[in-house]
Design a protein around this ligand. Structure first.
Ligand SMILES: [Zn+2]
Length: 222
């Protein structure tokens, strides 16, 4: 195959492999195994930056062996947004290192990764006081959009899978679920609403109640 590929400009091959990497992690590895030349192109930083880690199992993040860890580290070095988001979660929830977590998450979120942005809002909610209020504003804004509400649900499920398999060392999580809404009537009505409508995002009384419901889903899921 290599002799046919020799005639294709390397920039074009890199572009093609980046497209493959964006669409599927499994396809990326299959192409990489197909020949020496494609393996070489697949190793370049522009391709690593694009690899989609959607198929990477969240419960495997805690027990990465040498090869897998090297692969994720290389993705991080190449500013892969999925890898930065994953590393941010490991740093915050497993290592209790807020500063390192925020470096990764802020970088990923600032370049458009919705999952990293979602985790930042959860960290803010867990951080109390003024941080919590900031988290309420950001997360409720996300959940007020139909488009982002679906993404919140997607990344919530990923977070729950991660936390279920994690040895969480962060006291903010170990201390139990914080509450955001301070309105007693809201909290009473919300308890009844949750019991009657079940697991849905459609019914809330205020922004803080919306975030309380998000935290209930997470803490009851882990
Ligand atoms: Zn409320």
């Amino acid at each position: 195959m290599s002799s046919n590929l020799d005639s294709i400009p390397k920039d074009l091959l890199t572009h093609i492999l980046a497209r493959v990497a964006t669409s599927s992690l499994n396809s990326y590895f299959n192409v990489k195994l197909s020949c020496k030349m494609l393996k070489e192109v697949a190793e370049c930083s522009n391709v690593y930056k694009c690899i989609s880690l959607d198929e990477f199992p969240m419960d495997a993040l805690h027990d990465m062996n040498g090869d897998v860890r090297s692969f994720i580290n290389r993705c991080v070095e190449c500013e892969n947004l999925d890898a930065l988001y994953m590393l941010g979660m490991i740093e915050y929830f497993s290592c209790n290192n807020l500063a390192k977590a925020l470096v990764c998450l802020n970088k990923s979120a600032s370049l458009g990764h919705v999952g990293a942005y979602y985790i930042i809002t959860i960290i803010l909610l867990l951080s109390g006081k003024d941080f919590k209020q900031r988290g309420v504003t950001l997360l409720s804004a996300m959940k007020s959009s139909v488009e982002y509400r679906e993404k919140v649900k997607y990344y919530r499920e990923k977070l729950i899978k991660f936390l279920r398999s994690a040895k969480t060392r962060n006291p903010k999580v170990l201390n139990g679920r914080p509450t955001c809404c301070t309105n007693d009537r809201h909290r009473f009505l919300e308890t009844n609403a949750l019991a009657s409508v079940g697991n849905t995002d459609n019914y809330v009384f205020c922004d803080a109640c919306t975030c309380d419901r998000e935290l209930i889903y997470i803490f009851e899921g882990i």
